[in-house]
Each structure stands twice: as C-alpha cells, then as structure tokens.
Design a protein around this ligand. Structure first.
Ligand code: SAH
Ligand code: SF4
Ligand code: F3S
Length: 439
C-alpha cells in the first residue's frame, strides 16, 4: 500500500508526519511522493489561524474530488484541525474517511483498515502520556542533512489567543534516553544537524524516581553525541529562558547561536492580556542576558498585530521594541480569533481589518530594514556553514546555513553537501548572505 502525506503548519507537524510514516510503515504502508500512486492520502493540518484552516479545507475538497474518480482511495485528516473540529469534520467534508488527532497516530493502522471496509471514523482522544518515544521516525525531508527530533508535546501556557493547548493537550516530556538514541541514529545516518522540537521546548522536564533531566541538561547530552552535530531548538518561551540555558548554549560550540524567542507584542499591557506571563522589560532583560553571554547570537521572533484592544500606542511600543532588539528575522501575523480560546470568550475582535493590515504592513516593512541591517553587518565576516544542497535559484551554487540560522549561498561542488565549510560573505539581501569558500 502506498501512503501520501501532505503537511501544513509548524515543525511539530512535520515531525509528526514522520512519526505517522513510521507507524504506518510498520503496517506495510510505504511513503510515496506521488499523489497519483497513493492508496491512502493523509492531510496533516494546522488550526493556528483561520487562514490556515481555510487553506486546508480548500485542499480537502480538491482531494475529495480526486477520490471520487479513484475508488478505493482512503482520505484521512489528521493533526490539529482534526482535533479541533472532531467528528464534525466528517459531516463538513463528505469525502473524508478518517479523522485522527495528534495523540491518536498509533491507531492509524486499525482506522485505515476499518476505512477500507467502508467505515468512517474518528479518534481524537488526547493523552497525558503519549510522546511516541520509541518510534523511529521515517525521515521525509530528502536532503538528509537536518532532522527534527520531537522532545515534548502539548502546551500548558494558555496564551489567550492560542488554540494549541486545546488541540495538542497537556505538556509532557519524552524520555531523554530515547532522544539521545535518536540523535545518535540520525548522526550515524549522515545527518549533521538536529532541531529539538516542542511548543515550549525550554520547559522540557523529565523525571523518573530520583532521576531528573531539564532542558539545559538534555541539550548538553545531545551536543555530546558529536561535535560534528549542530544542535538547534524551537520554540522557546521567553519566561523560561534561564541563565542555566544561556550558559549551556555558550559552553557548547555545536549548539547553534540562534534563539527563536517569540515576543508577540512590545506592550506590557497587551502581553498581560495575552497571558504571556512576562513584561516588555523582562523580555528585554532576557535578550540582554543572551547577548552578553553568547556574542553573535541570532535572535528571531514572532509578532501578532491587532490583538483585541491593541491601541496605536501599543503598536508603537511593538515597533520600538523591534528597534531596541534588532531582530535578525521575524514571523509576523494579524491576530486571528480562534473559537474557544480565552480571548474569543472575553473580548471582541475589535481592531478593524484595515487597521490590522496597516499595522502588519508597517512592522513587516520595518523588520525588513532590520533584517537588511543585520545582514549588512555580516558582510566581510567568515562563517562556518553546514551545506544543505544546491541553491534553489542557481544549481551551480550551494546553499547552507550558518550557526545563526542565516541562509548562505556560495559557489561550490556537490561533494561538499553534508559537510561544514568556511564561507566569507561579500554581499547580501535582506534574506540571504552571499559569499565564497575560504580556508
Ligand atoms: N509555542 C510557540 C509558538 C506557537 S504558534 C510560542 O509560544 O511561541 C506560532 C506563532 O503563531 C505564535 O508565536 C504566534 O505569533 C502566532 N499565533 C498563535 N495564535 C495566533 C492567533 N490566534 N492569531 C495570530 N497569530 C497567532
Ligand atoms: Fe500557544 Fe502560548 Fe502555548 Fe505557544 S506558549 S503554543 S503561543 S499557548
Ligand atoms: Fe498549527 Fe498545530 Fe503547529 S495548530 S502551528 S500545526 S501545533
């Protein structure tokens, strides 16, 4: 049987698709990259914003149309939107055979068997323990350089705008030994970078009797697998950026000099309404602590614009925080009200669409200037770059990333893929550094 998986949303979802491929691999389903070959089509979905869901619904109706012409094809919806909409998705989308939430992937072989017998079904039970810890993911990214390792699941933070705690359930951490073994395995298979993943990765905490492992300890252990293995992590919550974590990054040359630290807003008043549990001052203090201990550390962020009640003054504070921090890169979004969240219950979505649009445009433009400045500052410097493959725009060029997670493009031969090289930067855009090999 051939399995085709299409993945939307965050890195956790991409990592989950690799877990799904492994679970189904054990039941004789092989992954195909050709939709036309597939007996089973799964769509791994995201609920974070309304747009994300609309896009997926559009895709499901396209796939349903394909299915009508291909009797025997099974169509499943998995992931966060499956969890949010539950059985109602079966009514909404008549072409869909199965619905599986993020903690139900072990039951997929059974569910697909039922679906082939013509029974439509849903499993959206959330678990307090499931971490898929002994499952060896099937790597779906063809480059073979950089692998995701999921180290915790769920979120307990309940930021008032966010749907994740409802669709991913309670926070739970994975057995560290299984994480180290997975890191060793990918290293032995030629990978040279791992990203430790969790919605709230730095609140990782595992204990069994007297044995306790926190996130900095886990990172040290993963970094110890090999000095040739670069270690990244995503996403960290500003509240949990401890001095111990900062010291641990500083101590290990192979832990990436890059922290993705979503701020969401520069206004303490808005942060409080968001239930982010930190203030503007706290955030700036943490950035200062990172910069002091880890020179040349890339700092990137997420920002939401147009949260309920956000005033022009709040918006100005976001811009001024961006100016103060000088983020290397940012993901920026318009607030999207999610049904069932605290913000949806407490406040109306009262910033007019037009104002949200203007504010977003303003922060995007400002960030682009900041990104350009950040990259301009790298011209003349030499970086260690892990080569990922040919550049998408020019097959004669190679593309890789430096420790700060910036994309670097330079001329070179394909034998350099999966190795570390030194590249001197001589030019840049706001998105890319360009350079040449140097010794
Ligand atoms: N766990 C991570 C990020 C999770 S979702 C964290 O806490 O930082 C990724 C990003 O989507 C968030 O950082 C936020 O900027 C954005 N986001 C989440 N919910 C949103 C909503 N309702 N509307 C707009 N953006 C949202
Ligand atoms: Fe959502 Fe907040 Fe949890 Fe991130 S920390 S996943 S934004 S609730
Ligand atoms: Fe989306 Fe779920 Fe990730 S809602 S952002 S795919 S955790």
């Amino acid at each position: 049987m051939k399995l085709y998986i299409e993945t939307y949303g965050c890195q956790m979802n991409f990592s989950d698709s690799e877990i799904i491929a492994s679970v189904l691999g054990g039941a004789s389903y092989d992954v195909t990259r050709e939709l036309s070959m597939a007996d089973v089509v799964l769509v791994n979905t995201c609920s974070i914003r309304e747009n994300a869901e609309k896009r997926v619904l559009g895709r499901i109706s396209e796939l349903s149309a394909i299915k009508r012409k291909r009797p025997g094809m099974v169509l499943g919806v998995v992931g966060c939107m499956a969890e949010r909409l539950k059985e109602s998705l079966l009514e909404l989308c008549q072409g869909v055979d199965i619905i599986a939430g993020p903690d139900a992937y072990r039951s997929l072989p059974h569910m697909l068997g039922q679906a082939r017998d013509g029974r439509r079904m849903a499993n959206v039970l959330l678990s307090e323990e499931e971490t898929y810890d002994r499952i060896d993911p099937v790597r779906l990214d063809p480059s073979g350089v950089s692998a995701f390792i999921s180290i915790m699941r769920g979120c307990n933070n309940y930021c008032t705008y966010c749907v994740v705690p409802y669709v991913r359930g309670r926070e739970r951490s994975r057995d560290p030994e299984t994480i180290i073994r997975e890191a060793e395995r990918v290293y032995n298979n030629g990978y040279r970078e791992v990203t430790l993943l969790g919605q709230n990765v730095n609140s990782y905490r595992w204990s069994n009797g007297s044995k306790k492992v926190d996130f900095p300890e886990l990172m040290s252990q993963v970094a110890g697998v090999s000095r040739q293995l670069r270690v990244r992590f995503a996403t960290s919550h500003p509240r949990d950026i401890s001095q111990k974590l900062i010291d641990t990054i500083a101590e290990h040359q192979n832990i990436a000099r890059a922290v993705h630290l979503p701020v969401q807003s520069g206004s303490s008043r808005v942060l409080e309404k968001m239930n982010r549990k930190y203030t503007r001052e706290w955030y700036l203090d943490r950035v200062g602590a990172i910069r002091e201990k880890i020179p040349h550390c890339g700092i990137t962020t997420d920002i939401i614009t147009g949260f309920p009640g956000e005033t022009e003054e709040d918006h100005r504070q976001t811009l001024s925080l961006m100016q103060e921090v000088r983020f290397d890169f940012a993901f920026m979004f318009k607030y999207s009200q999610r049904p069932g969240t605290a913000a949806a219950k407490r406040w109306t979505d009262d910033v007019p669409e037009e104002v949200k649009g203007q504010r977003l445009e303003e922060i995007v433009r400002f960030q682009q200037q900041m990104s350009q400045k950040s990259n301009d500052g790298d011209v003349g410097k030499t970086f260690e770059v892990l080569v990922e493959g040919p550049s998408k725009k020019d097959a004669n060029m190679l593309m890789g990333r430096n420790s700060q997670n910036k994309v670097v493009v330079f001329p070179g031969g394909s034998h350099l893929i999966k190795t570390y090289v030194r590249v001197k930067v001589h030019d840049c855009t706001s998105a890319t550094l360009k350079g040449t090999l140097t010794s």
